[in-house]
Design a binder for this molecule. Structure first.
Ligand code: ADP
Ligand code: ASP
Ligand code: MG
Length: 404
């Protein structure tokens, strides 16, 4: 069976007109005799709105109910798509995760798809139906509805492509593909024709919202090529594939930036073994995700300063946890919102010396102060004041000639 998975994101199904447009796209593949599996996200804004409602009901909303609530957005969009397909004379129906079922394991809000039962969908495809499957949701072994993390319908699409051995997996979104940096932040951003899983994974993890990071990891492990394209314009998009398929001489593939990071500095921490572990243990227990970490070299051998970054929404919680931690001593805690992590990503930097220097120099020329640095084999990240983000993106985009 020549199966194609078509995934539509929130903006693509954001209004009745847009849903009608999506159905035209689905119809065009149907005419080419493909067997189609359609996956949809909730209409744009709906999931955020449901989160707001949960907060108004209780600041102690149970994760189980939270998942039931949040997964409802996809039920609406899928039924609207299926009904419109029926309207134009095609056989279609919506499928919620428990009806297939799509099985997940792990914690609510962040569960992971582990298997998908194929029989019912295969039977439906053979009968000529177009299943419209709710993304972002699953069901666990206790028969409870789960969700798989924000932006998770990308993962639903990749896992469906994996389990059904799809020939193609196409992610329809509101931009024409993956760009060198967010095209909504920098108008000179350039569409990338092909990008490796590794680079896309870094770009996504470091702030490029266009693909959910976990979905890229799953695609890489299962060698699934992903096409990202626009649901509004008929244009070639971006292919995400393995490194071997790419003939590019670019050192840097793209630049990502984050929106909501915060910085915490503990001044005058005792410099002895085990201190860092003592600081981070209760944070990790309380599910605070610590990102960049730097520790200054101790000038007097007794005390040091430790700086790390977290998500802004965790700032209050982090302050409380640190102040309540009897196992550590420090002189002062400094908290700073409004910082942004800007990262350059590219497999080319492995074999090209001087990339770090060029990045730092380009930022220095624009008077942008670097507060924290972290690197891996294929990326360099710096923490800067949030108000300088755009300036940094422009400077780095020029420095690495990403427009050419
Ligand atoms: P969908 O609802 O289709 O899943 P998302 O909002 O999750 O769409 O992702 C698309 C958005 O990702 C774009 O509107 C764009 O602003 C943002 N984005 C961030 N970085 C990039 C990038 N490097 N390339 C393309 N889009 C990006
Ligand atoms: N609707 C979900 C969200 O907003 C899933 C998705 O968009 O992929 O996170
Ligand atoms: Mg998305």
């Amino acid at each position: 069976m020549k199966i194609v998975v078509l995934k539509f994101g929130g903006t693509s199904v954001g209004s009745i007109e847009r849903i009608k447009n999506v159905v035209k796209i689905i119809h065009s593949y149907h005419k080419k005799k493909y067997k189609l599996i359609v996956v949809s996200s909730a209409m744009s804004g709906v999931t955020n709105d449901l989160i707001k409602k949960s907060k108004k009901i209780s600041n102690n909303f149970s994760p189980e109910e939270y998942d039931v609530l949040l997964s409802s957005g996809e039920q609406v969009s899928c039924s609207l798509i299926a009904a419109r397909l029926n309207h134009i004379g095609l056989k279609s129906r919506s499928w919620l995760s428990w009806q297939i079922p799509i099985l997940t394991k792990g914690l609510h809000k962040n569960a992971k798809i582990i298997s998908i039962y194929k029989n019912r969908i295969i039977k439906y495809l053979k009968e000529g139906g177009i299943p419209v499957i709710a993304g972002f949701q699953g069901v666990n072994l206790n028969n409870r509805v789960t969700t798989i993390g924000r932006g998770g319908s990308d993962s639903s699409a990749i896992m469906l492509a994996k389990f059904f051995g799809a020939k193609r997996c196409i992610i329809y979104t509101d931009v024409e593909g993956v760009y060198t940096t967010d095209p909504n932040k920098l108008k000179n951003a350039k569409k990338i024709k092909v990008i490796s899983y590794e680079e896309m994974l870094e770009m996504a993890s470091l702030g490029a919202k266009v693909m959910q990071p976990i979905s890229i990891q799953d695609a890489r492990l299962n060698r699934i090529n992903i096409e990202v394209k626009s649901s509004f314009k008929k244009k070639t998009g971006t292919l995400i594939t393995k490194r071997k398929n790419i003939l590019s001489s670019k050192i840097i593939a793209g630049i990502s930036s984050t929106q909501n990071d915060a910085k915490v500095t503990l001044v005058g921490v005792k410099d002895k073994p085990g201190v860092a572990a003592m600081i981070f243990k209760p944070l990790s227990k309380n599910l605070v995700n610590v990102d960049m970490v730097v520790q200054n070299i101790s000038a007097n051998g007794k005390e040091t300063d430790l700086t790390f970054t977290i998500k802004t929404e965790d700032l209050g919680k982090t302050k409380k946890i640190i102040n309540a931690n009897k196992n550590i001593k420090f002189r002062k805690i400094l908290l700073k919102k409004d910082v942004s992590k800007v990262s350059i990503i590219g497999v080319g930097m492995i074999s090209t010396p001087g990339v770090t220097f060029r990045m730092f120099q380009a930022l220095a020329k624009k008077n942008i102060n670097i507060q924290v640095i972290s690197t891996s084999e294929i990326k360099i990240s710096v923490l800067i004041d949030k108000r300088n983000t755009k300036k940094a993106l422009v400077a780095l985009h020029n420095e690495f000639k990403l427009e050419d």
